[in-house]
Write a protein that binds this ligand. Sequence first.
Ligand SMILES: Cc1cc2nc3c(=O)[nH]c(=O)nc-3n(C[C@H](O)[C@H](O)[C@H](O)COP(=O)(O)OP(=O)(O)OC[C@H]3O[C@@H](n4cnc5c(N)ncnc54)[C@H](O)[C@@H]3O)c2cc1C
Length: 414
Amino acid sequence: MSGSNASVVIGGGIVGLATAVAMAERGYPPIVLEAENSLARHQTGHNSGVIHSGLYYRPGSLKARTCRAGMKAMYRFCAEENVPYRQCGKLVVAVDDSQLPALATLEDRGRANGVVLKRIGREEIKEHEPAATGVGGLWVAETGAVDYTAVTAALARRLNRLGGEVRLASRVRTIKRDGKDFVVGTPRDEIRAARLVNCAGLQSDRVARLAGLTPQVRIIPFRGEYYTLRPDRANLVRGLIYPVPDPALPFLGVHFTRGIDGVVEAGPNAVLALKREGYSRTDISLKDLSEMVSFPGFWRMARKQWRTGFDEMRRSLSKARFAASLQRLVPSLAESDLVRGGSGVRAQAVGIDGRLVDDFQIQTAPGMVHVLNAPSPAATASLTIGTEIADRILADQAPAPVTTGNRSRWVVGL
Ligand SMILES: Cc1cc2nc3c(=O)[nH]c(=O)nc-3n(C[C@H](O)[C@H](O)[C@H](O)COP(=O)(O)OP(=O)(O)OC[C@H]3O[C@@H](n4cnc5c(N)ncnc54)[C@H](O)[C@@H]3O)c2cc1C
């Protein structure tokens, strides 16, 4: 498949696989190069597993638009591919009167994004989640739960059926240009391709630099740590219970999620990680650290966010503090109900001015598309993001013949 008309997608997470499938459906099945020995080993395999409805995002943003369309596409895909999911609904709880204005703002934002939601009072909170307590809430019936690793595996199977290929243990180390072609080097081989898509998550800024770009943002890793509820206390939570978010930092705020496997997770927090793939507190990479501290945007971000960062760090170090945040939502929860769980690392793009890039950021250059910021809800939105990337990278291509069963049809898809 390597050659002057081949396509390469770098990264075997959900965004890379969704993009590869969308390209294959347009008649250009790519080779997916994944650094690890299996798919979905980083953000895609370490998240809350929520199919988001589009409640939080600025109306008109890429996040708002792709989350709504992506949620619907995700439910459809899971049904088609027999991936288990549960449309369990989500409860957002205002714990006291001071949070009611922010709840009203969230309600307006959700409605502006087309989210089907219901404003509820104290009693109705109990009807949905008997152990939760609050003065008011929002009920979002469309929200659901899924295992995104299983979705990624199903995408890989679909890619395979469409003629694409996944190569594992293939970390991209070099990208050279030869005329209009790219020559992509991994420890295993060199692949010649006409098109290149970078979906490398925590490494996406580095891959963009390998490809000769100078991205205006740098990836700063933020670890999100979880506890799980002891199995005999998991009945405290039926589905998904969330606090009212801080509009400036909506990804903060620990919440409860009952996964598709029935395990209830509590978290995640957000602490600076000292390694891009640093899943535990002791993981440190001198290379990652020195790159981070030599980036002026890091220090500007630190000056703006030091208080929040300090609070998150204290909550990370103290189980009692973590439990106290959760007890605001579910007062009968005891610290002893919590067992330390796993963690995930968010690839958060930060600008030179220290701004946390809020929206998805996708940069196009001749023959290339680079996904430079795809934090939550990018797993939910992945199928729609993939479609949009495929449309961009194939924008100047002639329609390709696609074989569907024994029929041949032309797909333009632009
Ligand atoms: C704690 C946490 C909770 C979250 N909760 C949710 C949620 O509930 N719902 C939701 O919608 N989203 C959630 N998200 C966000 C979601 O997980 C991500 O937006 C999504 O998984 C991003 O997918 P990706 O494919 O871009 O990145 P990744 O899954 O990180 O994939 C990138 C891949 O690129 C590979 N790679 C890197 N460098 C190279 C290289 N040089 N060569 C080849 N391969 C390379 C990596 O090994 C990796 O497999 C959460 C994220 C975190 C961290």
